[in-house]
Design a protein around this ligand. Structure first.
Ligand SMILES: Cc1cc2nc3c(=O)[nH]c(=O)nc-3n(C[C@H](O)[C@H](O)[C@H](O)COP(=O)(O)O)c2cc1C
Ligand SMILES: Nc1ncnc2c1ncn2[C@@H]1O[C@H](COP(=O)(O)OP(=O)(O)O)[C@@H](O)[C@H]1O
Length: 319
């Protein structure tokens, strides 16, 4: 008898609290049934083939999604390519293929789950197929989050994108269950930072081209480089003091002095500090950078740069 599986299917962009609730329930079912837990996703997003104009910017790269899904309990993560052959599969054929390949004992999904050609398959159809093919269908209800302004909302990828796009990275952390993070490599800038006493790692734009970027501004966060975490003062913007055009994501790392060009780096955004400003001269800019760094240091000393999911548990409620 081949291994049985519990399957959950979704885009899982951000692997937010709602996704994690699905994974948690699926993990428990898999353990009860001595089955392996399979998370099935698409990469790229199916909309890239179907409605390229409507593809939302990403909260997570494929690699970040895979890591987060595994942390959330998945034994295996499979990415399907949204090619014509897969997208044209009728809902019944799509599920039959999964039955043949993975022998599911159960599917765990959210209440708005749709599948197959033109999203024609729904939960009633999945339950019918379950009766025919001997698998269960479990629904996980959405998870509610209370944001810092006491606004209550259901955790969703679009909410996280909306918050990040407005610079509300503390609220995005509540929705995602961890700080929003950009992964890239370190590229060269104009080599000015070191001359003013604040060298910055500049993120290579290509790996983050499809990602949502926090609103222009200055943030406190953490840089993970060579497996170590460093408090960081992060700038997202076009350097208005220098009339530059390109949008740059860069960070000054506290108490750090290494050449890290071309190294992979993860930048986590924990707190909004201020808007970007146009400074009249270099002295005014460096005075402000010193104040930004002191703010980051204060937050880091108070352990506020890496809120854990556990620390946030009391303000997460079910709607
Ligand atoms: C914490 C931080 C805040 C920043 N804030 C601003 C700002 O408000 N206005 C601005 O024009 N540039 C700002 N910058 C960007 C600096 O102008 C830039 O880092 C500096 O010119 C060095 O550029 P380089 O990395 O290309 O050498 C900020 C950079 C950091 C690290
Ligand atoms: N504390 C630090 N924070 C950021 N980068 C640092 C730091 N110390 C040394 N560096 C190195 O210096 C480089 C940044 O120097 P900078 O003068 O700003 O040049 P660039 O304009 O190319 O970013 C970084 O890419 C990194 O290799």
């Amino acid at each position: 008898m081949p291994d049985r599986t519990v399957i959950t299917i979704g885009n899982f962009d951000g692997v937010h609290l709602g996704h994690r609730a699905i994974l948690r329930n699926a993990r428990a079912l898999a353990d009860e049934n001595h089955a392996t837990l399979l998370a099935l996703s698409f990469d790229p997003h199916p909309a890239t083939r179907l409605h390229p104009d409507t593809v939302p910017p990403r909260l997570t790269t494929r690699a970040q999604r895979e890591t987060a899904l595994r942390h959330a309990g998945a034994d295996h993560v499979i990415f399907l390519t949204p090619d014509r052959a897969t997208l044209d599969l009728e809902p019944e054929a799509f599920i039959r293929q999964l039955i043949d390949d993975h022998h599911p004992v159960a599917f765990v999904e959210g209440p708005d789950f749709r599948f197959g050609h033109n999203r024609r398959g729904d939960l009633d159809m999945l339950r019918d197929l379950g009766r025919q093919h001997d698998f269960q269908v479990h629904i996980t209800q959405p998870v509610g989050v209370t944001l810092h302004d006491r606004w209550q909302h259901t955790a969703s990828s679009s909410l996280a994108r909306w918050l990040i796009g407005r610079g509300r990275v503390e609220d995005a952390t509540l929705v995602l269950g961890r700080p929003f993070a950009l992964q890239s490599t370190v590229t060269r800038g104009e080599q000015r930072g070191r001359t003013i006493g604040f060298p910055t790692i500049n993120l290579h734009p290509q790996p983050i081209a499809d990602m949502i970027l926090p609103a222009d501004g200055v943030y406190a966060g953490t840089a993970c480089l060579r497996k170590r975490e460093h408090p960081a003062a992060i700038s997202v913007g076009t350097k208005p003091s220098f009339d530059a055009d390109a949008l740059t994501v860069e960070a000054h790392l506290l108490d750090f002095d290494q050449d890290v060009y071309d190294q992979p780096v993860t930048l986590e955004f924990t707190r909004w500090l201020r808007d970007q400003a146009r400074f009249p001269d270099l002295d005014a800019l460096t005075d402000q950078l010193a104040r930004d760094v002191e703010q980051v240091r204060t937050h880091a000393d108070k352990g506020r740069l890496a809120p854990t999911a556990r620390a946030m548990a009391p303000i997460i409620s079910r709607l």
